[in-house]
Write a protein that binds this ligand. Structure first.
Ligand SMILES: [Zn+2]
Length: 322
């Protein structure tokens, strides 16, 4: 459900050096269509949107939800919930990372989504005029949106902010042990415990966190992160700008934990792939429902929030949202 096809690893490592300044240049990444396809399938299943708008969000290559897998964004660990790996002493003696370090990386991932949510609420203001009429020029998708962080039609801006905020949340389900079951064998670095959860993660309450201070929501999230939660070590940049030289002794994304495709080892353990897809789909629906609710709350006058939602889900808002 994301990029991290095994053959992609060395490619990413090779281009990692120039990453921070490469953020804006967005050279197309070697195709990982299949895994981008999982983001697409999840997004399509989760959102009751009209076809052209849904494609703009979901498309395996060009959709907003896949924008974080292109260019320099691809190499930023928090944009994929990577490197929040941890095992308790009962599963691995002297694990090289602490629970607190792992939690810090997960919070960095959540933080990127909180920031995108706030930006999306702000950008939606441009969809509708002061009297609640949809602005046709700001809500048309007659030409494709570009996901380059530059100002453009309000609808494109909202889709970009939402897509860049949802990508890592979908990745969380593919990259963590939240929905997993482990192999029946002994637990350890190559067979981390699985939490077997079926509900959405309570520490991904992005709408609520978007209304709180950083100190307050991180305190809330910390309390809700289970001690046995882990994601995988990956050779990208962590939240402190450090790139792991390798993942020796750590739960490794590629080898041990990812469910980016249905062919990974962890995916083939029981129904782990299906469980991750189900979790990510339910989560995406939750995130969209929460965003709608945020617009209704933020823009109550002249039914502006309702009109914003209408403009977002319809392909021809001028006709559909009188
Ligand atoms: Zn990703």
């Amino acid at each position: 459900m994301s990029y991290r096809l095994l053959p992609g690893g060395p490619v990413r490592t090779a281009v990692a050096a120039g990453l921070v300044i490469a953020l804006a240049t967005a050279a197309p990444h070697p195709a990982h269509a299949f895994t981008g396809g999982n983001h697409e399938d999840i997004t399509r299943a989760a959102l009751p949107w009209e076809p052209a708008t849904l494609t703009a969000m979901a498309d395996a290559r060009d959709g907003a939800v896949n924008a974080n897998d292109h260019g320099g964004y691809f190499l930023m660990g928090p944009l994929h919930c990577d490197n929040a790996d941890y095992l308790a002493p009962s599963h691995a003696r002297d694990y090289p990372r602490s629970r607190d370090e792992a939690t810090t990386e997960l919070l960095a991932c959540i933080r990127t989504s909180v920031a995108r949510f706030r930006s999306a609420v702000r950008a939606a203001d441009g969809l509708v005029d002061a009297r609640g009429r949809v602005r046709a020029d700001q809500s048309a998708l007659s030409t494709p949106c570009t996901w380059d962080e530059a100002p453009e039609r309000a609808k494109c801006e909202v889709l970009e902010q939402l897509g860049r905020g949802w990508h890592q949340i979908q990745d969380f389900y593919a990259h963590s042990n939240w929905t997993d079951r482990p192999d029946p064998g002994p637990l350890g670095v190559t067979n981390p415990p699985g939490l077997a959860r079926t509900g959405v993660a309570p520490f991904l309450d992005i709408r609520r966190y978007s209304t709180m201070s950083d100190a307050d929501w991180t305190r809330d999230a910390r309390e809700r992160i289970p001690p046995e939660l882990t994601t995988g070590c990956y050779s990208d940049l962590d939240s402190t700008g450090v790139k792991a030289a390798d993942c020796t002794g750590r739960v490794a994304h590629n080898r041990d934990l990812n469910k980016d495709t249905d062919a990974s080892r962890r995916s083939r353990t029981g129904d782990n792939f299906g469980r991750a897809v189900s979790g990510a789909t339910a989560e995406t629906t939750r995130q969209w429902d929460d965003f709608k609710a945020a617009l209704l709350t933020a823009y109550p006058d002249h039914r502006r929030g309702e009109q914003m939602v209408c403009a977002l889900v319809h392909d021809d808002p001028q006709a559909s949202c009188p």
